[in-house]
Ligand binder design. Structure first.
Ligand code: SAH
Length: 265
């Protein structure tokens, strides 16, 4: 039997290393937001999330991560996790029984009301900042990463799994999408960024794209920084940024601009 993947983050109790883990509830961190990730590739985690701000926050126990190997829930002589698609066609489909057991394992210890279960899928609702905010307000999240042709539809229906897409393109697996979703969610948790203001002013937070940013040197390749930003006049800086945000949003994302206008009226 393959060993379950190890947990990450200082507050994690290493109970999942033991075979007993299958018989008991996964211990949750002392109040910290946690992501349980159902994947065939637990070694892909924490991946990018182990670096920079999310990595530091993980080490400090501000959030927790528990990759769960879907293969642990395979049974029978061959321990198959996938099979050929009913009706024919290319590729393989993850089995409903195996994925169902994995979801039931991850579900233990909390209710769906404050612990959403999400399948990363190109057919899902497009991931947005508002979703990241909602997920960050839950106690944690369970993410199912597909591979091959995806997952048997019956388990998605029976376990009422929410489908979320990273965008209109097809990845080879859900792991990169899961890491992107976790990254966007974790940076909204208290204390992860340090400077809470930075999540209030950035793109999407007020329904607009962010204004341009500048830093030193004051002149680069003959290009200077807009005078207003070095004027020291906070009111004028704020007005300039608002105007830039509106101009950029109008030009690049007419859909966001329409929604912004509707929201304001
Ligand atoms: N046959 C499927 C694609 C499978 S891609 C289809 O046409 O819809 C294999 C896995 O990668 C999926 O199960 C999903 O978990 C992940 N994936 C692919 N594209 C994705 C996207 N845009 N957003 C989130 N997950 C994605």
């Amino acid at each position: 039997m393959p060993t379950p993947a190890k947990s990450h983050g200082r507050l994690n109790i290493e109970a999942t290393r033991k075979p007993r883990a299958l018989l008991q509830d996964t211990p949750d961190l002392a109040g910290a937001w946690k992501a349980k990730v159902l994947t065939l590739y637990p070694d892909m985690f924490p991946g990018i999330l182990g670096h920079s701000l999310t990595g530091r926050a993980l080490n400090e126990g501000l959030w927790g991560l528990e990759p769960i190997d879907i293969r642990m829930f395979a049974r029978g002589k061959h321990r198959n996790v996938d099979d050929t698609p009913a009706g024919g066609g290319a590729g393989m489909v993850l089995r409903a029984d195996v994925v169902g057991r994995a979801i039931d394992f991850a579900d233990k210890g909390h209710s769906r009301a404050d612990w959403p279960v999400v399948y990363l899928s190109p057919r899902g609702k497009p991931f947005t900042q508002a979703m990241a905010r909602r997920f960050s307000e839950a106690r944690g999240i369970t993410l199912l990463c597909g591979r091959f042709e995806g997952v048997d539809e019956r388990v998605l229906e029976a376990r009422q799994v929410e489908e979320v897409s990273l965008g209109d393109f097809v990845l080879t697996g859900g792991e990169i999408a899961a890491q992107a979703l976790i990254d966007a969610t974790v940076r909204l948790l208290p204390k992860v960024l340090g400077n809470a203001e930075s999540t209030e002013e950035e793109s999407f937070s007020a329904g607009l794209l962010e204004h341009p940013q500048y830093t030193r040197p004051a002149e680069w390749e003959g290009r200077t920084i807009p005078d207003v930003l070095t004027s020291g006049h906070h009111g004028k800086v704020a007005a300039w940024r608002q105007e830039q945000s509106e101009t950029i949003t109008k030009a690049r994302r007419p859909d966001l601009w329409e929604a912004y206008l509707k929201d304001k009226s």
